[in-house]
Design a protein around this ligand. Structure first.
Ligand code: UDP
Length: 312
């Protein structure tokens, strides 16, 4: 198949491209290179069946060849990056999603939108299932991301209901693994880099907030299975192994064999207290569940960071 991947140079995008190429597909990879690990582009350019186009998805894209499927991943996804560029983030998920849907319509291609657990906000329901409508502030620090992803889901649903496009919606929970950018700013790369450099490990608040971390190979397998399925309602893709951030910091410190001290910092505004996916829909309709446990995934990620960053 001929598959377009927007956000191909991002952490999830580059792993997804590797999976799709391994299955014999050709890829058109789109990215504006605003975030993502710079090496990801180099890796992609070495692939024979991948054509890279540097492009901002908020602008119209004209493609001559046919397209069978579109994976629409392009967006800043780390709080650090979307705090820095809130307007670009909001536009990528609204105007950018509209442009991708129009392309899907023109090419008669199936389109998958990478939505997020952020659409649940600071949840009152725990764990979160897909019928929970969320507790989201429209004016909070995270709203540029959470509200635009919600609007992106709305656009997908409008196109689907009117039979204009064949849509899939994945709600991705925290994903981690090799190829994350060193300046990503999210908790796992930050804590690994702090630990390997023996510098203070920055834990926000008292570290009592929870997250559930999914290893990237599991996430991209979930995206692939969703795209190939007949299920067109939102699906949570995440690992339901929930952990407090302080406990995560201690595990990473131990796995890195680090003497770094833990430094408690002020929590960011709007930081959700807990996150854990209910993945029964994915299990039932996609036959998918994660295979890589947290400690195994962290060991693989730490090895990659050790090999790829310069340790002073
Ligand atoms: N966090 C932390 N130290 C860091 C980065 C993040 O304690 O260096 C916390 C952050 O406040 C949040 C959690 O870890 O409670 C997950 O943050 P991340 O930015 O990875 O993703 P989020 O799930 O908040 O989008």
């Amino acid at each position: 198949m001929n598959i377009l991947v927007s956000g191909c140079c991002g952490h999830i995008g580059c792993h997804l491209c590797a999976l799709l190429l391994s299955k014999g597909n050709s890829i058109i990879g789109i990215d504006n290179l605003s975030t993502g690990h710079p090496e990801n582009k180099t890796l992609l350019l070495e692939q024979l069946n991948l054509r890279f186009i540097e492009h901002d998805i908020c602008q119209t894209l004209s493609i001559d060849e046919h397209i069978d499927q579109i994976y629409h991943l392009a967006s800043r996804a780390s709080p650090r990056h979307y705090y820095e560029a809130p307007l670009e983030t909001a536009m990528a998920n609204s105007i950018g999603t509209l442009k991708m849907l129009e392309l899907a319509k023109e090419k008669n291609a199936r389109i998958l939108f990478a939505s997020t657990s952020e659409i649940y906000g600071n949840p009152e329901m725990h764990p979160q299932n897909e019928s929970y409508i969320g507790a989201v502030s429209p004016v909070g620090m995270r709203s540029c991301y959470s509200e635009s992803k919600r609007f992106g889901e709305t656009l997908m649903t409008i196109y689907s209901r009117s039979a204009v496009a064949d849509t899939r919606i994945a709600r991705l929970f925290n994903t981690y693994g090799p190829n994350m950018a060193f300046n990503d700013g999210r908790v796992i790369p930050n804590l690994i880099i702090n630990s390997l450099n023996n510098e203070s490990i920055t834990v926000h608040g008292k570290g009592m907030q929870t997250r559930s971390f999914c290893y990237v190979s599991d996430t991209v397998r979930g995206l692939y299975k969703l795209m190939e399925s007949d299920y067109n309602k939102p699906v949570n893709i995440g690992n339901s192994q929930e952990i407090r951030i302080l406990e995560l910091a201690n595990i990473i410190k131990k796995l890195c064999d680090s003497d770094a001290a833990i430094e408690f910092m002020e929590r960011f505004e709007d930081d959700p207290d807990k996150r854990c996916p209910d993945i029964s829909i994915a299990e039932k309709y996609l036959g998918w569940k994660p295979k890589v446990g947290l400690e195994e995934g962290l060991r693989l990620t730490i090895s990659w960071f050790k090999e790829n960053m310069m340790i002073p």
